[in-house]
Design a binder for this molecule. Structure first.
Ligand code: NAD
Ligand code: LMR
Length: 338
């Protein structure tokens, strides 16, 4: 057989729960922006995921090269590449999960909101494709500013008449991954034993770690609380500055995205008790979108959990987070409505 490079090829594996070459049941996953800094390691890690039977790699550049490379890995998933707008529909048709890391990253001195101008349009186009070709897919949206791109996606889906709030998830798992790492460092624990809920959104003060709810139960001094909160909120900037203009977090993001995508696939499979933080349509606060713990099931985010008891420091943080979030959400909504 030739390598799986047939760009936009029609598929014999169109069923939701199809079988890959090796015979294992699995899901069909598309990555949009697959040739980028996040996209490439994300594609590699998804090719290693036994829950994936078909992996579609879409980008406006270099998709054939990345596809050729990834397709040589001796794991079960069949890989196909799709290059450019004319192949977007073929890339999306029949997908169960679509992961979107397409768009430009920050350089030092920029905020995530500075990416809005370019990334808002990219996300709109990609979501129009999803509404047309795989309206029932779960969408994991990574492109920044997440606090605005998720509302943009929701408005696109509403316009198309396909919006299902349970299926649209802004990816905030990197905040949790960072919080687990930094908290474990302070406590002298293995990060794999630590679970820190991070709520709110994905930018600056909207990133609100709930240190009073860390598992295993522990307590922090005021100095530790301030250090940890700031380090978690500024984690992205720490990487942007260290990379000196060469982009933002890609490897830790690919890891965090795969952790979250795997949770979504386990939910789709029907596993019980799959819980992760994500930025979703929410009634937890007065805002229409908010990040908190959600339970992932066969239809997406089936339950959005309340925040639980907050201490005084977190209550003050919540007020600040909501103020900035409200503006970012409105900016995204207006981009499509006006
Ligand atoms: P990158 O520039 O390395 O890669 C982006 C890729 O998107 C490129 O390959 C580019 O060709 C592709 N692309 C551009 N326009 C496209 C379109 N219309 N359709 C499909 N693909 C398109 O950037 P990166 O480092 O991979 O970051 C990607 C995005 O993810 C940025 O917006 C960044 O801010 C964001 N990000 C989010 C998080 C998070 O926690 N949610 C973490 C890190 C980065
Ligand atoms: C991150 O948190 O690393 C990403 O949102 C990228 C960025 O611009 O900080």
């Amino acid at each position: 057989n030739p390598p799986n490079l047939q760009m936009g090829e029609g598929s014999v594996l169109e069923r939701s729960s199809c079988r890959a070459k090796g015979g294992a049941p699995g899901f069909k996953v598309a990555i949009l922006g697959a040739a980028g800094g996040i996209g490439q390691p994300l594609a590699m890690l998804m090719k290693m995921n036994p829950l994936v039977s078909v992996l579609h790699l879409y980008d406006v550049v270099n998709a054939p090269g990345v596809t050729a490379d990834i397709s040589h890995m001796d794991t079960g998933a069949v890989v196909r590449g799709f290059l450019g707008q004319s192949e977007l529909e073929a890339a999306l048709t029949g997908m169960d999960l679509v992961i979107i890391p397409a768009g430009i990253p920050r350089k030092p001195g920029m905020t995530r909101d500075d990416l809005f101008k370019i990334n808002a349009g990219i996300v709109r186009t990609l979501c129009e494709g999803i509404a047309k070709c795989c309206p029932n897919a779960i969408v994991n949206l990574i492109s920044n500013p997440v606090n605005s791109t998720v509302p943009i996606a929701a408005e696109v889906f509403k316009k198309a008449g396909t919006y299902d709030p349970k299926k649209l998830l802004g990816v905030t798992s990197l905040d949790v991954v960072r919080a687990n790492t930094f908290v474990a460092e302070v406590l002298g624990l293995d990060p794999r034993e630590v679970d820190v809920p991070v709520v709110g959104g994905h930018a600056g003060v909207t990133i609100l770690p709930l240190l009073s709810q860390v598992k295993p139960p522990c307590s922090f001094t005021q100095e530790e609380t301030e250090y940890l909160t700031k380090r978690i909120q500024d984690g992205g900037t720490e990487v942007v500055e260290a990379k000196k203009g060469a982009g933002s977090a890609t490897l830790s993001m690919a890891y965090a995205a795969v952790k979250f995508a795997d949770a979504c696939l386990k939910g789709l499979r029907g596993d019980a008790g799959v819980v992760a933080c994500a930025f979703v349509a929410s009634q937890v606060t007065e805002l229409p979108f908010f990040a908190s713990k959600v339970r992932l099931g066969r239809t997406g985010a089936e339950e959005v959990y309340q925040l639980g008891p907050l201490n005084e420091y977190e209550r003050i943080g919540l007020v600040k987070a909501k103020k900035e979030l409200a503006e970012s959400i409105q900016k995204g909504v207006s981009f499509i409505r006006n």
